[in-house]
Design a protein around this ligand. Structure first.
Ligand code: GLV
Ligand code: MN
Ligand code: MN
Ligand code: MN
Length: 396
């Protein structure tokens, strides 16, 4: 494992799920923020937190036109060691190499860590970049609640971030001349190509929807089977409907990875089940059509158990095509590097609507991500750092 990843390998391990659970402003995330500060200071970088809880480490005076690189340090529940941290560690490594060689940058440089990229605590992925770019309304963000009922505004206060200042941050955004996110690949593209590193071409359109399935809560022992309106059974049918509707559409991906059963007792027929849908497709229109098809199938499915369902959009990101100028530059500087699309969302994708953005992918030999089985060989991580260093030298 890369030295920097080694330093944080013990932080946020999840003994119950396996892998890592590092969630915004909670124990492991706070420890990683302290590690980030210490790591940055070892390189003589100046650390600052912006209005939305994103962390910056500046090499040189903060200012407009900066070359910014980084990723995130939070994880999905039971996630891998590389998704997010690889980009942060690689940014520090590349800057350390530039410094050691006596390189003097001609424009400001920063390492940037976005808050709540996975949306694992408050439900909205890429929350830090959406807030910065004005992609989510600040009032809506402040009212988001975590599974313990803590609002984002309350959590911000506890983390020392002023909730009144959350929201579009022109000053921070204005400093980003361009953004590069290095990331472990989350599919098999580089395995198939037999290559260690690729440049991202595009990201699928994707979003999250809440399916609220409503039935009749009742006593598990006193209620005979005929006539039950059990939303758990309806939700099970709904999950199958999601799978079947999306399997019929080439290229579509749809997942229900999280359920909340209300009230959630072994001897209680539930009254409500919340199921979260993650749906993705190549185009915006294709993804909208996918969700429409899913909605129709789910409505029909829950009706078989006398239940009803409401479908609410919680977040949306249209198809991202990464900056053509940067892609050309990367192709030139990294001679013969392959270009790959991805189905995974990233802060670089959110930023792409506002500033030139680009991504580098490092091969993941398992092809598995959002799981403890996510991996990257040390040699491939070094190839990623080599690429990032080359790009920084040419852009600075
Ligand atoms: C984030 O990793 C996502 O693509 O869901
Ligand atoms: Mn992820
Ligand atoms: Mn990630
Ligand atoms: Mn992601």
């Amino acid at each position: 494992m890369l030295a920097g990843l080694d330093e944080i390998a013990g932080t946020g391990r999840d003994a119950r799920r396996g892998g890592y659970s590092r969630h915004l402003w909670q124990g492991a995330d706070l420890e990683l923020r302290a590690w980030f500060t210490e790591r940055a200071e070892r390189l003589g970088l100046m650390v600052a937190t912006d209005r939305n809880g994103n962390l910056w480490a500046w090499w040189g005076e903060p200012g407009p036109g900066a070359v910014v690189t980084g990723s995130h340090l939070d994880s999905v529940p039971g996630g891998g060691a590389y998704d997010g941290p690889l980009g942060v560690v690689s940014a520090f490594e590349a800057i350390g190499r530039l410094q050691a060689s006596g390189f003097v940058p001609s424009r400001p440089v920063a390492v940037l860590v976005f808050a709540e990229e996975e949306g694992s605590r408050f439900g909205i992925a890429c929350l830090g970049s959406r807030l910065m770019t004005g992609g989510i309304d600040a009032d809506r963000a402040r009212a988001l609640v975590d599974p313990d009922g803590v609002t984002l505004a309350e959590a911000a206060v506890r983390a020392g971030v002023d909730p009144e200042r959350l929201g579009a941050d022109r000053e921070a955004l204005g400093r980003i001349g361009l953004f590069i996110e290095l990331h472990v690949e989350q599919g098999r593209g580089l395995i198939d190509l037999g290559r260690p590193v690729a440049v991202a071409s595009s990201i699928l359109a994707h979003g999250r929807w809440r399916l609220t399935v409503t039935g009749q809560g009742n006593h598990a022992g006193a209620t005979l089977m005929p006539g039950r309106r059990d939303p758990m059974v309806a939700a099970a049918r709904a999950v199958v409907a999601v799978h079947e509707a999306s399997s019929a559409i080439p290229g579509a991906r749809a997942t229900v990875g999280r359920l909340e059963v209300v009230p959630g007792g072994t001897n209680v027929i539930a009254s409500t089940v919340h199921a979260w849908l993650d749906a993705r497709c190549e185009t915006d229109a294709g993804t909208r059509a996918l969700v429409a098809a899913i909605t129709a199938r789910v409505e029909e499915a829950v009706g078989l158990n006398g239940c009803s369902v409401s479908v609410t959009e919680e977040s949306w990101t249209g198809t991202v095509t990464f900056d053509h100028g940067l892609r050309e530059c990367f192709g030139r500087e990294l001679g013969g590097v392959p270009f790959l699309p991805t189905g995974a969302g990233h802060d670089a994708g959110v930023l792409a609507a506002s500033v030139p953005s680009a991504m580098l992918f490092v091969r993941n030999p398992t092809g598995i991500s959002h799981s403890p089985e996510e991996f990257a060989e040390a040699d491939d991580c070094v190839a990623g750092i080599d690429a990032l260093e080359t790009l920084l030298r040419s852009l600075l």
